[in-house]
Design a protein around this ligand. Structure first.
Ligand SMILES: Nc1nc2c(ncn2[C@@H]2O[C@H](COP(=O)(O)OP(=O)(O)O)[C@@H](O)[C@H]2O)c(=O)[nH]1
Ligand SMILES: [Mg+2]
Length: 254
């Protein structure tokens, strides 16, 4: 069983990708289930097989603790840890090859608080992979792209498990713009040139500094473009995950 966690900033497309990737897998005849870890999800674009809302209800937390929706999200994130054993049992009752996790809307609730790391560890870090989502609107500018690279690096540091970068909603980007971003992900010199092309500011100086740190860490990493809307790129996610855990071997189909 492989655990795939989609992590990214609010609105980057985690829930859509969870639905699209699970749908793609099922269409291919592979086994996959979805787990929703976002108690605040609205209009989920898929029907989760396991749903944190069965244990944690934001409305109840707001009433019980007298907090607003944001406070409730923080309490809910910490409560996640209390329900892991039960959730684990239910997940393990499925005979499935892939468990796809949709993480809370606000990335920092999962990445920075203890419960996210605890959950990944309890469910088996050794068979887990993170899909880190690059929002296309933020990725368009060199400074935005570098900010996301830094976030990606901090997620990697935090969880220390295999990692795959994904450029979401690629259907929203003109071909040229998409190619430019994909090229930045592997060619940090091109990214640096793009910063130099802009008017020099304190921010661009900072960007150059961060970039050289990322370079020295060997942080350039190919990013896979996907569109949940049109279902493109799903095979690339699958192939990468398979390569990490099974040396590229295909799963046996149903
Ligand atoms: N055009 C387009 N829109 C998308 C795609 N994926 C997600 N969206 C839209 O982006 C918004 C945020 O998506 P969502 O999956 O809820 O993001 P989350 O907050 O990370 O879970 C929604 O309005 C989606 O319809 C995509 O592949 N293409
Ligand atoms: Mg979501």
């Amino acid at each position: 069983m492989i655990n795939l966690y989609f992590i990214g900033s609010a609105g980057s497309g985690k829930s859509s990708l969870t639905g699209a990737f699970a749908g793609w897998m099922q269409n291919q005849g592979y086994n996959a289930i979805t787990v929703n870890l976002d108690p605040g999800i609205e209009n989920a674009p898929y029907v989760p097989d396991v749903d944190i809302r069965d244990w944690i209800k934001l409305r109840d937390i707001m009433q019980e603790h007298g907090v607003g929706p944001n406070g409730a999200q923080i309490i809910a994130a910490d409560m996640l840890a209390l329900n892991i054993n039960e959730m684990k049992e239910i997940i393990e009752s499925y005979e499935t090859e892939y468990v796809i996790f949709d993480t809370p809307g606000q990335m920092e609730l999962f990445v920075l608080r203890q419960s996210g790391k605890y959950l990944i560890d309890e469910l088996g870090a050794d068979k887990s992979i993170i899909g880190f989502l690059y929002d296309p609107v933020i990725s368009k500018t060199p400074a935005g792209f570098i900010s996301l690279m830094l976030q990606a690096a901090s997620v990697q540091v935090r969880f220390n498990i295999p990692f795959l970068g994904v450029l979401t909603k690629s259907d929203l980007l003109p071909d040229e713009e998409r190619e430019k971003i994909l090229n930045w992900s592997t060619d940090l010199m091109a990214l640096e040139d793009a910063i130099h092309d802009e008017r020099p500011t304190f921010s661009s100086q900072l960007s150059i500094g961060f970039l050289s740190a990322l370079k020295s860490l060997g942080a350039s990493q190919k990013i896979v473009p996907v569109s949940s809307k049109y279902g493109s790129g799903m095979e690339d996610i699958y192939n990468t995950a398979q390569q990490v855990f099974c040396g590229g071997e295909d799963l046996s189909k149903d």
